[in-house]
Design a protein around this ligand. Structure first.
Ligand SMILES: Nc1ncnc2c1ncn2[C@@H]1O[C@H](COP(=O)(O)OP(=O)(O)OP(=O)(O)O)[C@@H](O)[C@H]1O
Length: 308
């Protein structure tokens, strides 16, 4: 498991990560979300020992990354803009990584096969497409068969088949009992992949909960009602204590499920043309939550009476 406790990173007087605490548990995919500049990459870099916290800690199984004698066996990671030797072939790159981490060379062909690069393993990585580079990065992450896998924007540059492959792979890694920590700006993809979310904004944790709880809490679902007797139906529903918003020719109703609304309207003999539950998406929830955090921070930083 991954544990951040009071994790803080300052660059000069700028606080990139502001005392965050969260735990990433094994056996599920945890999505790491936040708007641009929220502090996700900084957190991941500290997790992987590439940056040092100003205060607090982030550990894997209770130890800092730097304390692992063979880190690739403990934590596999894909970070953005991984440096690759352009003249080296994919197979040689993986062999070199395996040798420097004391891993068996037979593992190289296993991971090449796993990520679908066997046929191009002899090509120089400098000629790889973005998607092939991502696959090679994932191969490196899995080389040590690690119990903890950290992937920063893994679907970046991948085509739809590749995106689906990453989704299946990450879900499989979690099902095997591994800890999977994943960042992505693709909300629709995250909604299909992650079980749990840690959301940060301006260096602070805004939410740490299951995917369904996050959507239920931060974006409102509603029932779309259309009726030729719109005004009467709206009045009826409001009298019964429901929240009704008229948008174009529809009524958006909150406070009761579709069946309950249909029965209420039917008992009064009104006509209904549509009765549909409209569920909100992860993107809706994310926008609601992070927009609020930006507003809050902006107010916080603006002296009273100041104009922007
Ligand atoms: N080396 C650095 N020096 C100074 N400031 C930095 C440095 N690295 C990051 N920052 C700042 O810290 C904040 C957090 O950046 P970070 O890259 O962690 O965000 P992020 O959530 O990964 O954003 P994105 O989604 O755009 O990748 C930003 O304001 C950024 O400008």
């Amino acid at each position: 498991m991954i544990e951040a406790r009071g994790l803080t990173k300052k660059y000069g007087d700028r606080t990139a990560v502001d005392g965050i605490s969260f735990t990433v548990h094994p056996g599920r995919v945890t999505g790491f979300l936040g708007p641009n500049g929220a502090g996700k990459s900084t957190t991941m870099r500290m997790l992987l020992g590439l940056d040092r916290p100003t205060a607090g800690s982030i550990t894997v199984h209770g130890r800092s990354y730097a304390d692992f004698p063979a880190p690739l066996r403990q934590v596999g990671a894909l970070l953005e803009a991984r440096a690759l030797h352009p003249g080296r072939s994919a197979r040689d790159h993986l062999r070199w990584m395996a040798a420097s981490n004391g891993l068996p060379v037979r593992r190289v062909d296993e991971v090449l096969d796993l990520v679908g690069l066997t046929d191009v393993a002899g090509q120089r990585v400098g000629r790889f497409s973005l998607g092939m580079g991502q696959r090679l990065g994932i191969a490196v992450a899995l080389l040590g068969d690690p119990p903890v896998v950290v992937l920063d924007e893994p679907v970046n540059g991948l085509d739809p088949e590749g995106i689906r492959w990453v989704r299946t792979l990450t879900r499989q890694l979690a099902a095997e009992g591994r800890t999977v920590f994943l960042s992505s700006h693709l909300m629709s993809e995250m909604a299909l992949t992650a079980d749990h979310l840690v959301v940060i904004g301006r260096g602070r944790v805004l939410a740490d909960c299951s995917m369904p709880d996050f959507i239920a809490e931060h974006a409102a679902s509603f029932v779309r009602v259309r009726s030729p007797q719109r005004a009467e139906v709206a009045e009826l529903l409001r009298r019964d204590g429901l929240e009704v918003t008229a948008v174009d020719d529809e009524l958006r109703v909150q406070g009761r499920d579709a069946a309950g609304i249909g029965e209420l309207v039917g008992r009064q003999g009104h006509l209904l043309h549509e009765l549909t539950l409209v569920s909100s998406s992860l993107e809706d929830a994310f926008m609601t939550l992070t927009a609020a955090s930006v507003e809050y921070t902006a107010r916080d930083r603006t002296p009273a009476g100041a104009t922007r």
